[in-house]
Write a protein that binds this ligand. Structure first.
Ligand code: 13P
Length: 254
């Protein structure tokens, strides 16, 4: 029997929304999602974390996350933000391994593994992103690639630590392109990832693990994706910037 996994709908704002507009967007979303039956996570730029944290104090199912962090807690790393700083701001989650960090900032699996360990050491929860490129899928190598990414990212991570991690499967070809993985493709990969983690840790750990889908999720495709039992939520980019679209996704998660 699989353990109950509450759905999680996360909005990754990327480098969008001005600090002066952030509270308005969050309020609009929370008003439109007052009957939500899922966890909601806002992942704004660093500059918005403090004000949004104050705005959503003590709301049981609403969380705040950061889009990245450095692997060290302090030091001469101009321009960087540490996991300890995020914890001090009472941030709940940090996203690590996003394909845009890998592609534009040269982050590799070894670095991502270090970041995961540093974030967990600060009691931050981690959203770990993995996903294949279009050419890897066309070559039929998508499962091998995910297996390699996960083996590297989770090296030295204990089963207890795994309980603080959510995996987001985000095929690179579906991010910001309007091309969504079909519910069948997404479910197939989620099942593959769950079996992989069950083999690496235990069946109980695999059953408890939340696996989100990301890549062109919007109001019109959310229920098809979210009604699949292996899909435990969504990591949403573009559609999380529009209150009505994001609310449709939240309201599709039951
Ligand atoms: P889009 O929803 O804009 O495709 O972005 C997905 C994503 O990268 C979320 O992290």
């Amino acid at each position: 029997m699989s353990d109950f996994r509450k759905k999680l709908i996360a909005g990754n704002w990327k480098m969008n929304v001005l600090p002066s507009q952030a509270e308005h967007l969050v309020n609009e979303i929370l008003n439109g999602a007052s009957n939500a039956d899922c966890d909601i996570l806002f992942i704004p730029p660093y500059t918005h974390l403090h004000s949004l944290r104050s705005l959503i104090q003590n709301q049981g199912s609403v969380f705040i996350g950061a889009q990245n962090c450095h692997q060290e807690n302090s030091g001469a790393f101009t321009g960087e933000i540490s996991p300890e700083m995020l914890k001090d701001l009472n941030v709940d989650f940090v996203v690590l391994g996003h394909s845009e960090r890998r592609q534009y900032f040269g982050e590799n699996d070894k670095l991502i593994n270090q970041k995961i360990k540093s974030a967990l050491a600060q009691n931050l929860k981690v959203i770990y992103c993995c996903g294949e490129s279009e050419s890897e899928r066309e070559a039929g190598k998508h499962k091998d690639l995910i297996e390699m990414q996960i083996a590297a990212a989770f090296s030295g991570i204990s089963e207890k630590e795994l309980s603080q991690i959510v995996i987001a499967y985000e095929p690179v070809w579906a991010i910001g392109t309007g091309k969504t993985a079909s519910p069948e493709q997404a479910e197939d990969m989620h099942n593959f990832i769950r079996v992989l983690l069950s083999n690496m840790y235990s069946e109980t750990a695999g059953n408890k693990l939340r696996i989100l889908y990301g890549g062109s999720v919007k109001g019109s495709n959310a229920s098809d994706l979210l009604s699949r039992p292996g899909i435990d939520g969504a990591l949403v980019g573009g559609a999380s910037l529009k209150a009505d679209e994001f609310c449709k996704i939240i309201n599709a998660a039951k």
